[in-house]
Design a protein around this ligand. Structure first.
Ligand code: NAP
Length: 299
């Protein structure tokens, strides 16, 4: 349990409600900053301003998945006031006070390294990425259905990348009856795709492999669907780029060729905010329990 552990939840969207519920269940003492417009009460949690919290009594800080911008401002959809992680306040927290975020930002990198505080980037963890691949797959299927006029069954689909997301996408489209090819650069991935019963190819041969496809799903966060590759793709193909912004597609050239190409950041939060919130909440709870139940860094 997290009894007497004081955690500050600083801003966030609907996903953070799952986090609040989970940490509340574990008996943590919660200070909610940036939730003044949320029409809901949580026993054991108080809605406050950051300045009202004594930083010396804080055991952990939980930020929204996008972290904090240049001036420390965090996304806070349940408040109409700006919510910030203020450096002066942060430096007063105990040394063992960790910051939990989805991704880092230059501001957070600098702040945590200057103040020598641990920063935990939840979205870099394998478990979070693998769990998140589930709603990402569902969102990808939804987008493909919405943007094409053919069934997924028997459609020719190329998936680029066999990481945590690419593997789940390739497997799901195969299960739906698509004819799936997967493009990778690593020989071990070629072997894995073969073992999965799918057709592998090296991304160096991508231009040749896209000549007759219906759908291309990119998970590679690097320029891969270049003008050279797109020039070989049928104009009626559909590209869904799920890689982090700016994606791996030359969108300008795709438009010029009349290929429909979309980029879809944040699919888990879009299609399943509750599940996306639970994924974060469960992993976070596990990390906090490990940290505090071990007795390590206990105040
Ligand atoms: P990952 O496990 O790191 O997988 C990335 C894959 O891309 C790996 O197979 C990697 O191959 C490959 N790759 C990287 N650079 C490459 C290059 N230059 N050429 C060829 N292949 C390359 O990442 P992930 O968790 O699957 O996530 C993939 C992307 O999707 C990330 O950008 C992530 O932020 C994004 N994402 C978006 C959503 C959404 O809602 N849109 C949801 C989840 C994830 P190697 O193993 O050979 O390096």
């Amino acid at each position: 349990m997290l009894t007497n552990k004081h955690l500050v939840i600083l801003g966030g969207d609907a996903r953070q409600i799952e986090v609040i519920e989970k940490l509340n269940e574990l008996d943590a003492r919660l200070s909610l900053v940036g939730f003044d417009q949320l029409n809901r009460h949580f026993n054991g949690a108080s809605k406050v301003e950051l300045e009202e919290i004594n930083p010396k009594e804080v055991d952990g800080i939980i930020l929204p998945v996008g972290g904090a911008k240049e001036d420390g401002e965090v996304k806070a959809i349940f408040s109409d006031k700006p919510v910030r992680l203020i450096k002066k306040w942060f430096t007063e927290t105990p040394e063992y006070c960790s910051v939990y975020t989805g991704i880092s930002t230059p501001y957070l990198d600098e702040l945590t390294s200057e103040c020598k505080r641990e920063m935990v980037k939840l979205f870099e963890r394998d478990d979070v990425a693998i769990y998140n691949s589930i709603p990402t797959v569902e969102g990808t299927i939804m987008m493909v259905i919405q943007h094409t006029d053919i069934t997924i069954h028997q459609s020719k689909v190329v998936v680029l990348g066999l990481g945590r997301t690419g593997m789940s996408i390739a497997r799901a489209f195969d299960a739906l009856g698509a004819i799936v090819k997967v493009g990778v650069r690593d020989p071990a991935h070629i072997a894995r795709i073969t073992e999965m019963g799918l057709k592998p190819f090296y991304t160096r041969d991508l231009a040749k492999e896209v000549r007759d496809i219906d759908v291309c799903i990119n998970t590679v966060p690097a320029p891969i669907l270049t003008s050279e590759v797109l020039s070989q793709m049928p104009a009626n193909a559909f590209i869904i780029d799920v890689a982090s912004l700016p994606g791996g597609t030359d969108f300008r050239y795709a438009e010029k060729r009349g290929i429909k190409a979309i980029i879809t950041p944040g699919l888990p939060a879009m299609v399943a905010p509750k599940t996306a919130g639970r994924i974060i909440a469960n992993v976070l709870a596990e990390l906090l329990l490990q940290k505090f139940e071990k007795g390590e860094n206990n105040a």
